[in-house]
Design a protein around this ligand. Structure first.
Ligand code: SAM
Length: 376
């Protein structure tokens, strides 16, 4: 089957490497992610094992569409009755790119796709699905690039950043997928100590621990998958993929994975989240301000996501914090590599260190850079 692992800007290389690590070699970079062909077994392995992809989609049809009537006809030609039960609830998302002048109103496009699916199922079975935009049993994506429409079923259902381990929230937490991208871009694979002195709810620490212990993120209890409700779902193949993923787990592979934060609520959140993710034993956190933070015995890798204020006043107030981070690096992390996710160049100047590499990334709507520093 043809699949698409969608990836945020700057993350597609990491997703392609992850797919190769899962035994999927046919991966090709395309707009919006990585396209590849695979069988059911590899689909399930990817669903359980991908850390950096946003969604994993399976193509059910593609055709030229340059009017809404063509789009309706193309979607109706797909044998939806072979994919899912008409009593399932349904949601449709439309993603537009390229020159789609024929699509004047995205809401109408969603409606035509939904009507085509429901009409096909009614003609074939006498029943039609009802719509549930928030928690559908089946999620369909129509990706329309200029005059070409590709229609997908969402194998994950929920986006893959919803790992199931976030039991405690934090107002400025990173997406789990972005944290996994950052850790993998640094090249860290559990070979050296890792330290986040502004750990918030622990997203970087937990995703790093999952990587080091080879815990597939999809194994988290409570995580649901859309493909389990497809008629094509193969329970025995799924169980086999779960068993293979479970066999890989080895918490003893983890080096010191250490964090601190000056907010006690953040420390409590990290502990609760790490516990829920199954890495509570290996993620160690203490309450401390950056100026007093204790790095584990190194040299290791410091990876962190300091606050960056959006307003000028916030920025001014944050400048001393960046000075303290620079001080921590130079004073206590000699020989370490440090990686900062920064949304603001003016603030990173206060580190008084020169970045040796930059990766452009997006943190939600904010354009960011992951910066690497080699601390002498
Ligand atoms: C952007 S948040 C980090 C979010 C984290 N990456 C996550 O995903 O949950 C920045 C963190 O820096 C912490 N922080 C701010 N100033 C600090 C200081 N002087 N010392 C220690 N931590 C500080 C805040 O409490 C906050 O949790």
């Amino acid at each position: 089957m043809k699949c698409l692992a969608t990836a945020a800007a700057g993350s597609d290389g990491v997703v392609a490497d992850e797919l190769a690590g899962l035994g999927i070699e046919s991966a090709e970079r395309v707009a919006g992610g990585i396209a590849f062909e695979c069988d059911e077994a590899h689909l399930y392995r990817a669903l359980l094992g991908l850390r950096a992809a946003n969604r994993l989609l399976v193509e059910v049809g593609s055709f030229n569409a340059f009017t809404h009537d063509r789009l309706y006809a193309g979607v109706k030609r797909i044998a939806w009755e072979g994919w899912f039960d008409p009593d399932a609830t349904l949601a449709v998302d439309v993603h537009l790119s390229g020159d789609n002048r024929w699509v004047k109103h995205g809401g109408f496009t969603v409606l035509r796709v939904k009507d085509a699916i429901c009409d096909r199922l009614r003609d074939a079975t006498g029943r039609r699905p009802s719509i549930d935009k928030r928690h559908p049993a089946v999620r369909v994506h129509a990706r329309i690039r200029a005059n070409r429409a590709a229609i997908y079923l969402d194998a994950g259902g929920e986006p893959l950043f919803k790992r199931g381990w976030r039991v405690a929230d934090h107002p400025a937490h990173l997406r789990e997928t972005l944290a996994a991208v950052i850790v993998q871009l640094t090249g860290w694979r559990g070979d050296r100590p890792l330290f986040d002195p502004l750990c918030g709810s622990g997203t970087l620490l937990i995703e790093a621990a999952l990587i080091a212990a080879r815990i597939a993120p999809g194994l988290a209890p409570g995580r649901d998958y859309g493909c389990r409700r497809w008629r094509t779902f193969e329970p025995a193949v799924w169980e086999q993929a779960v068993a293979v993923a479970r066999e890989q787990i080895d918490l003893n592979r983890c080096p010191a994975i250490v964090g601190s934060d000056n907010d006690p609520a953040a420390i409590a959140a990290t502990r609760a989240n790490a516990q829920a993710a199954g890495v509570g034993e290996v993620v160690r956190v203490t309450e401390a301000a950056v100026g007093d933070a204790l790095a584990p015995t190194g040299p290791g890798v410091l990876i962190t996501n300091p606050p960056y204020g959006e307003r000028l006043g916030d920025k001014r107030a944050l400048a001393p914090l960046y000075g303290e981070i620079g001080h921590l690096l130079k004073g206590r992390c000699g020989g370490w590599e440090a990686y900062l996710l920064s949304g603001d160049r003016d603030l990173t100047r206060h580190l008084h260190l020169k970045a040796s590499r930059r990766w452009p990334l997006r943190n939600g709507p904010i354009d960011c850079r992951l910066l690497r520093y080699e601390v002498r």
